[in-house]
Design a binder for this molecule. Structure first.
Ligand code: FAD
Length: 520
């Protein structure tokens, strides 16, 4: 393998790395993705909750339909989490509409959530990327070292044969998870702690297993000697289970006994895989060092309760990738990239705190009592405030405004057009989503006849700007909202002449507002 060069090297092809490559590709920026796993790991399904927000990104990429078609559990099959004494025992209580699952159209979002095992998401993204020009997906390869200088990063990669080779990149995205090398290579470290309790995951085949409780995406078994949560991976009889408090040795020796206890009666089954893990609450002290950026679990790790880890990783990837593309295209300042850490650090900290709060009442901590379970677990299954309500207010590339209280309601989402917020969604009279009208660059939402001046200023700077007239009943129809490629509001104004393009593209941060020079 000879030395190569690329605008962006993505270290790691898990959810964060594949999402980053997809976003870069959407904006016409090539990349090399280095991923050691040749095949995805179906026996280690991990994330199953794809949030409303991640589904909205998939819709933007044109992949939402493909993911739903590949998902073994259709949304219509179940939107429920059931608490019970066992799969064959008493129902204690249900949470309906959990994890943003709904078959009804909702004005607040463009896509409902989807339950789908992480390996299937990875497969859909791998298939998409393998057909994209400019994307070089190198499976079986591993990043071993980085050396950064003023113009770029020299990355050492090991191929399948064990031979090392260099790749020169202008930017590196460290999407190599908690066990990767990029975090250490840039001298960053995790801050936080681990939960002392072990956890034991099992994937098993039980084609004849069913439950009188009816369809649910998760069954929480509480109140008995063995507690935990379980669910179907597909409708052909593959199941998963998580048993908190069970260590690897005991779990491996007693897997059948544990599964039988959760089911509540002997049921024929075959253990396919086991996966011990520890819950961690970690956030790296910084997500960036010059041209290297950490995204996903290499930057932060949270307990899986609430289903946020993978989704937060996708949010990171989108945030840094559109910014690198804007800088590469020459219409944004490299200073735009500094806002990545600023915008994503708070979201990661908020997510870790929420997941840690969910972990305070695990299956073994809960009484078999409906009201207590509803009180304790509601925020875990209904977290729209966290999923849609996070804001980049206070970022140096967002119109100056008050940074919102990070303790804002996790459960409730109130659409708001404040700078930094996700653009409030709306369905259009023809049944399409307002999001479908946004451009892949910036979009100015507002009365189009009054937008000519801003359109001319954007054109002069090479900023891709789409003009979009909101529907008349949109609550902010009379105002102007400048929307970024990631659907967050960069600026809100009653006169588009007041919008400062230097701020939103990072040029103002160079210390010289107005320093922008049009691309040659
Ligand atoms: C039991 C469990 C359940 C979970 N459930 C959910 C859920 O419902 N919803 C949710 O959102 N999240 C969930 N998560 C979390 C989710 O799995 C992670 O947040 C997600 O995988 C993070 O994605 P990532 O791409 O950042 O990291 P990873 O998925 O860890 O990917 C990192 C990639 O980097 C590669 N790599 C490693 N070292 C190198 C190297 N040196 N060079 C190049 N590549 C390298 C790895 O092979 C891997 O593919 C769960 C986790 C667990 C443990």
């Amino acid at each position: 393998m000879t030395a190569t060069s690329t605008p962006v090297l993505v270290a790691g092809g898990g959810p964060a790395g594949l999402a980053a490559a997809t976003e870069l590709s959407l904006h016409g920026i090539g990349c090399v993705v280095i991923e050691p796993r040749v095949q995805v790991s179906h026996r280690r399904p991990r994330a199953k909750t794809t949030s409303i927000r991640t589904m909205e990104h998939l819709r933007r990429w044109g992949l939402a339909g493909q993911l739903r078609a590949a998902a073994p559990l259709p949304v219509a099959w179940s939107q429920r989490v059931t608490f019970c004494e066992s799969l064959s025992g008493r129902r204690i209580t249900d949470f309906d509409g959990a994890f943003g699952l709904t078959t009804q159209r909702n004005g607040m979002f463009a896509e409902p959530g989807q339950q789908v095992p992480q390996p299937i998401v990875e497969e859909v993204l791998r298939t998409h990327l393998s057909a994209r020009p400019g994307v070089d997906l190198r499976l079986g390869h591993t990043v071993t070292a980085l050396d950064q200088d003023g113009d770029g990063v020299l990355v050492t990669v090991r191929d399948e044969s064990g031979a090392g080779y260099p790749v020169r990149a202008r930017y590196v995205l460290g999407c190599d998870g908690a066990g990767g090398v990029v975090r250490d290579q840039i001298g960053t470290r995790y801050l936080g702690k681990s939960d002392p309790r072990p956890n034991f995951n099992v994937v098993f085949r039980a084609p004849a297993l069913d439950t009188h409780l009816g369809p649910a995406v998760q069954y929480w078994v509480v109140g008995g000697p063995v507690t935990g949560l379980m669910g179907r991976l597909d409708l052909t009889g593959i199941w998963w289970a998580i048993m908190p408090g069970i260590d690897a040795g005991y779990g491996s020796a007693h897997a059948t006994e544990l599964i039988t206890a959760l089911i509540g009666t002997p049921a024929e089954h075959e253990v396919l895989a086991t996966d011990p893990w520890t819950a961690r609450m970690l956030v790296a002290d910084t997500f960036a060092d010059r041209r290297v950026f950490l995204a996903g679990e290499s930057a932060h790790v949270n307990p899986p309760y609430g289903g946020h880890g993978f989704n937060t990783s996708i949010g990171d990837a989108v945030n840094i990738a559109w910014k690198i593309a804007a800088v590469e295209h020459g219409w944004a300042s490299p200073a735009l990239l500094e806002s990545y850490d600023d915008e994503r650090h708070g979201v990661a900290a908020q997510t870790v705190a929420s997941a840690a709060a969910n972990m305070r009442s695990l299956a073994g901590d809960l009484p078999a009592e409906a009201a207590a379970i509803q009180r304790a677990k509601y925020p875990e299954f209904h977290s729209l405030g966290l999923v849609l309500g996070y804001s980049y207010a206070g970022s140096p590339v967002i119109q100056p405004s008050e940074r919102p209280d990070p303790a804002a309601d996790t459960t409730r989402y109130t659409p708001a057009a404040q700078p930094g917020a996700r653009l409030p969604h709306a369905w259009l009279p023809d049944g399409t989503s307002l999001y479908d009208r946004l451009g892949s660059g910036f979009t100015l939402l507002g009365p189009v006849p009054r937008a000519a001046g801003l359109a001319a200023r954007a054109r002069e700077r090479g900023i891709p700007l789409t003009l979009c007239e909101p529907p008349p009943d949109y609550p902010w129809a009379g105002e102007f909202l400048l929307v970024r490629p990631d659907q967050h509001i960069a600026w809100r104004a009653s006169d588009p002449g007041d919008i400062d393009l230097d701020v939103v593209t990072g040029w103002a941060q160079e210390g010289r507002p107005g320093a922008f020079a049009p691309p040659a």
